[in-house]
Design a protein around this ligand. Sequence first.
Ligand code: BGC
Length: 270
Amino acid sequence: MSKHIALGVDIGGSGIKTAPVNLKTGEFTQDRYRIPTPDPSTPDAVARTVAKCIAKFSPDRKTAIGVAFPGVVQHGVVKTAANVDDAWIGTNMRDIIRDYAGHDVFVMNDADAAGYGEYKHGAAHGQDGVILMTTLGTGIGTALIVDGQLVPNTELGHIEIDGKDAETFAAESARDRLGLDWDGWIKNLQKYYSTMEKLLWPDLIIVGGGVSKSHHMFLPHLTLRAPIIPAELRNGAGIVGAAALASAEHKKAEKRRKDDDKKSSKSTTR
Ligand code: BGC
């Protein structure tokens, strides 16, 4: 694979999607490949499927690979799991996938991947300032990007408002579960986004998730200070962002290695 291409993998509750991404344009260089998420979605079963998705594109050793996961992922270790098996909690996802795929990967939260994808190649392309990305789906995922720097694992979908976890009343899934019409859901969204504004003062809010296709039904009815706009990359954002973040991490690691080599060669020539 050319050095301008990285592989993005997005693990969701129903499907695992993968594509090679052109890091200059954010476009897929080949058709996306999707395999249904195994049930039960245990670490071994999912890692085996992720390995299959990776193998499909035969990446070489140097290709950066990013894997997005629906939960908190801190330094390679899964801390929470949403819509996938709880057996993930406490596991080192990076190690498990490396064992199955025979390739090093960078792992991250799914909303972080989607937010970074929108920052790099979508609705917030290259925009500075404080950007809040929210994905409205079964839950609410969030990403916070400040002057191009991602603050990982923000989990602002779980903020407590009126004694309730926000995603229980403002996620897309809450519409059906609570039997809300658009007006009822818009009221809940208003409460959620007003709280976000009060606490974060974002310069831009992006709304992703399947329902963002129908953004004209709800976004124009929200009253906020910051512009609130639909995501552009739709369900490709996670793949694009996973690839882009993995490539950025790859470059950082490479630089660290070179700096260390320089330091050690200096100390041996002394
Ligand atoms: C989880 C987040 C995840 C989001 C979207 C939430 O319930 O806590 O980690 O990003 O769902 O999958």
